[in-house]
Ligand binder design. Sequence first.
Ligand code: HBI
Length: 99
Amino acid sequence: MMEKLTGPDRDRALAGLPDWSLAEGRDAITRKYRFADFKTAFAFMTAVAEIADEMDHHPEWFNVYNRIDVTLSTHDAGGLTMLDIDLAVQMDELAAGEP
Ligand code: HBI
């Protein structure tokens, strides 16, 4: 079971994700993505779905047209873990078109 992030480890992990913010009312991180159109947004979601399933770690997300609002938290741990940080980094790389 993945441990909840606390202390300096948590601060360091969050500092590496400047486009994400802490969710209100729960231990989670959120970020909004905007794409050119629905097709591009959905292609991103499809790519993320592959990664998420491989990790067995899944995003909470809401999509309308070119907009995707994402919340990441580790339900099994009841809060933020390195799984959320790892998935967030991979999502950002995908959205930025990085390898
Ligand atoms: N996704 N975000 C998130 N958090 C979890 O705890 C989680 C998950 N996907 C699958 C998963 N846990 C499995 O371990 C089972 O709980 C289904």
